[in-house]
Design a protein around this ligand. Structure first.
Ligand SMILES: Nc1ncnc2c1ncn2[C@@H]1O[C@H](COP(=O)(O)OP(=O)(O)O)[C@@H](O)[C@H]1O
Ligand SMILES: [Mg+2]
Length: 369
């Protein structure tokens, strides 16, 4: 049995989802329905209940059901189980206010549950530039390591201040250099934490990544993540400080910090070639999915956390052999999965899995079948 799972959800006015109370399987929940009927919205509502934010990038004010004049809010109520204990989240969100309750008490902080959205469309974002890759890894590590999250926040703050100074400073050189030294000390202290943790994370993720690629996607090639940093893993705080100071003259001319770990990259290699240059579109997709599934494996084996998986529209992206392997993988995992598809053949296969439940979404109405 999955040790963390969503038992049920009540929603009202969440995008096109009107009002319903739906209970779920601890194992696989299949969400079917034609396109643009609300399947992804249901996954998003679940994600929102866990993190009080969306997994979609451009959401701004679009989350409240738009065809209402009076009720300009949405409500999400959820019951979760975690290691045998039950708790609930309840939220009422309008344009001005987020009212959040945890176990019926007003609260700012939600219960700590992990949910991983798996969406093949994010693959393009990931391979298109290194900032997106870095952001994904930063979020992977921040999500499981508070010290990393704090170091990242403090590093970015110091870097922003450094860049403001580089772009705006007039006045005596000594004042400038003294102030930059203060920032570089903060930068190097936090960069050391980030560097170590990034190198370690990638080292632990790699064996899982290769295994996932081979087991689920039956690829004989080797898949590997490399952390490409401007600084080596064994850099001391002093090394990092000297690195930033050494580049100061150039940074001053350019009026910004042109080198450093804020520009580092995480790359996927297929047989030692860059996946985004060498891999076919299909290989890029399964490499990216392998990365996400290996993170799930990391959470389970290293962190002892069972995440809830939200898998969106994967069936159009993979051939039937890969889909069969993926289903086998999901079937034996003790993990709660929500998986959407508009593909009937794939839906039938999932449906035959013991303990699975099926829902159909039609014009925002969700029904268990
Ligand atoms: N705030 C909103 N109010 C009403 N409908 C919305 C809102 N936001 C999105 N929609 C509608 O939701 C539908 C898309 O739902 P989605 O879950 O992405 O579909 P799919 O079933 O293809 O995954 C579209 O018809 C869109 O117009
Ligand atoms: Mg969708």
């Amino acid at each position: 049995m999955s040790d963390t799972y969503l038992e049920d959800i009540y929603f009202k006015n969440y995008r096109n989802l009107k009002e319903a109370n739906i209970s779920f399987s601890k194992n696989i929940n299949l969400i079917t329905g034609n396109n643009a009927n609300g399947k992804t919205n249901l996954l998003e509502a679940i994600y929102y209940s866990i993190y009080k934010k969306s997994f979609r990038k451009n959401t701004k004010d679009n989350l409240i059901f738009s065809q209402l004049d009076e009720e300009k809010y949405f409500i999400l109520k959820t019951n979760f189980f975690k290691f045998g204990s039950k708790f609930n989240h309840s939220m009422k969100i309008d344009e001005n206010e987020k009212l959040i309750y945890v176990n019926n008490q007003k609260s700012k902080k939600l219960e700590n549950i992990k949910s991983i959205p798996i969406n093949p469309y994010d693959c393009h974002t990931f391979f298109s530039n290194k900032k997106n890759r870095r952001d994904l890894f930063d979020s992977f590590i921040s999500d499981i390591d508070k010290d990393y999250k704090i170091a990242l926040r403090d590093f970015n703050k110091a870097l922003r201040s450094r860049n403001v100074l580089l772009s705006k400073f007039f006045g005596p050189k000594e004042h400038f250099e003294k102030q930059i030294k203060v920032y570089d000390q903060l930068i190097s202290k936090n960069a050391k934490i980030l560097l170590n943790k990034r190198y370690n994370f990638v080292e632990k993720l790699n064996p899982l990544l290769c295994k996932t690629f081979k087991n689920i996607f039956r690829e004989p090639m080797d898949l590997k993540i490399v952390y490409e940093s401007s600084l080596p893993n064994d850099s001391s705080e002093e090394d990092i400080f000297n690195f930033y100071q050494k580049n100061l003259d150039k940074d001053r001319i350019m009026k910004t910090t042109k080198r450093g770990i804020h520009l580092d990259d995480f790359n996927i290699l297929i047989n030692n070639n860059y996946c985004h240059e060498y891999g076919s579109v299909g290989q890029q997709k399964i490499s990216f999915l392998s990365l996400l599934f290996s993170y799930v494996g990391y959470l389970e084996t290293v962190e002892k956390i069972t995440p809830i998986l939200l898998i969106d529209d994967i069936s159009g992206e993979l051939d039937s052999l890969c889909l069969d392997n993926l289903l086998k993988y999901l079937e034996i995992k003790r993990i709660q999965v929500f998986i959407t598809t508009a593909n009937q053949e794939f839906a039938n296969k999932i449906n035959s899995i013991l303990g699975s439940k099926q829902y159909v979404v039609e014009k925002g109405v969700v029904t268990e079948i």
